[in-house]
Design a protein around this ligand. Structure first.
Ligand code: ACO
Length: 328
């Protein structure tokens, strides 16, 4: 039983749909600018639910899909950039909400690559048989850490959560997986947690420290280049490592940041854009939640048949990246 299968998926999106036209009523932007540069048409925005609320609903839906009880879960990892608290972890709050009392629960921080990181961590926990059923969740309420005065970033993101249940199995579904970090590029995408402010800091140092805000900031052009290269290199590596050809792959499921990133990556790989599963038009960039939301949508639409091969690929703040070739 050294293999791992995905036995269920789930997702949850807040009800409020905010279109590009809706945004143009509260800031100087327009549908033409947003959709032509990103492909995003609308996103979901929380009206008060926090990250643990979204994560809990996605998790319950994944457990229902897997037809298992909460007691069976022995590991739960929440990948998030927008936790409810510094302490406790979002995972511990979710544990109390959904009753996975037998699970060890913790968060990981790998931004938009978080779900692939969670999959690789869970796989390592499960490989020697000590853990049998894992819930991996990507959940974000990014709207609370967006700078709503910065039209260059706030139009790109949305709130949501996705989850998957992994189970030990005789079969191996995770055929190839890799996660990686490039910390030298950390400043391309940031969101500071708190200012270093205490009675022992000299006034001049403190004044400098208090400059800026505690919201998401991004160098869009740097991220764009990184993302295109990452998708292309990841798909190429997954094919090389497994010996599959691109024709063997039913879908590439990329982190849903920007349609132009996907277009450029498709051209670089010499594949048709239809090979990519895309839903960013509806949800914008939901960071760590984007890949599991897409996966759940594909699963629930019946797009994935037993034995289909798909490549999940993500990139994000850190900078981080990762991919996973899955045999459904
Ligand atoms: N509405 C209207 N105008 C805008 C908006 C907006 N929402 N935002 C910026 N502009 C204006 C700018 O002020 C600027 O005006 P100016 O020329 O008069 O100064 C003009 O549009 C061009 O701005 P740029 O920032 O140069 O726009 P660019 O063409 O580079 O597109 C974008 C920006 C879409 C963010 C692009 O850089 C990109 O796609 N980057 C990828 C980053 C990404 O997708 N990040 C997602 C998060 S990161 C992640 O998931 C890993």
């Amino acid at each position: 039983m050294n293999g791992i299968e995905i036995i269920g998926t789930g997702s949850y999106l807040p009800e409020l749909i905010v279109s590009n036209d809706d945004l143009s009523k509260i800031m100087d932007t327009n549908d033409q600018w947003i959709s032509s540069r990103t492909g995003i048409r609308e996103r979901r925005i929380s009206e008060g639910e926090n990250t643990s609320d979204l994560a809990a609903k996605a998790a319950i839906s994944a457990m229902e899909d897997a037809n298992i009880t909460a007691e069976e879960i022995d590991l739960m990892i929440v990948a998030t950039t927008s936790p409810d608290y510094f302490v406790p972890s979002t995972a511990c709050v979710v544990q109390s909400k959904i009753g996975v009392h037998n699970a060890v629960c913790f968060d990981i921080s790998a931004a938009c690559s978080g779900f692939i990181y969670a999959m690789e961590i869970a796989r390592n926990f499960m490989q020697d048989g000590r853990y049998k059923k894992a819930l991996i969740i990507g959940a974000e309420v990014l709207s609370k850490i967006l700078d709503w005065k910065d039209r260059g970033t706030c139009v790109l993101f949305g709130d949501g959560a996705g989850a998957a249940v992994l189970s030990s199995s005789h079969r191996e579904a995770i055929v190839d997986i890799k996660i990686a970090s490039e910390g030298d590029k950390w400043s391309s995408l940031t969101c500071k947690t708190a200012f270093v402010e205490n009675p022992y800091i000299e006034k001049e140092v403190l004044e400098k420290e208090l400059e800026g805000n505690l919201k998401i900031g991004m160098n869009g052009k740097d991220i764009f280049k990184f993302a295109v290269t990452t998708i292309a290199n990841s798909v190429t590596a997954a094919l090389k490592n497994t010996g599959y050809s691109i024709e063997d792959i039913k879908y590439i499921v990329p982190h849903q940041a920007n349609l132009r990133i996907i277009d450029f990556a498709a051209k670089k790989l010499g594949v048709d854009e239809s090979k990519f599963y895309i839903n960013l038009n509806k949800y914008g960039n939901t960071s760590g939640a984007s890949v599991p939301i897409a996966l759940d949508e594909m699963n629930k639409k019946g797009l994935l048949k037993k034995g289909d091969k798909i490549i999940l690929v993500a990139f994000g703040g850190g900078l981080t990246w990762g991919y996973s070739l899955i045999q459904w």
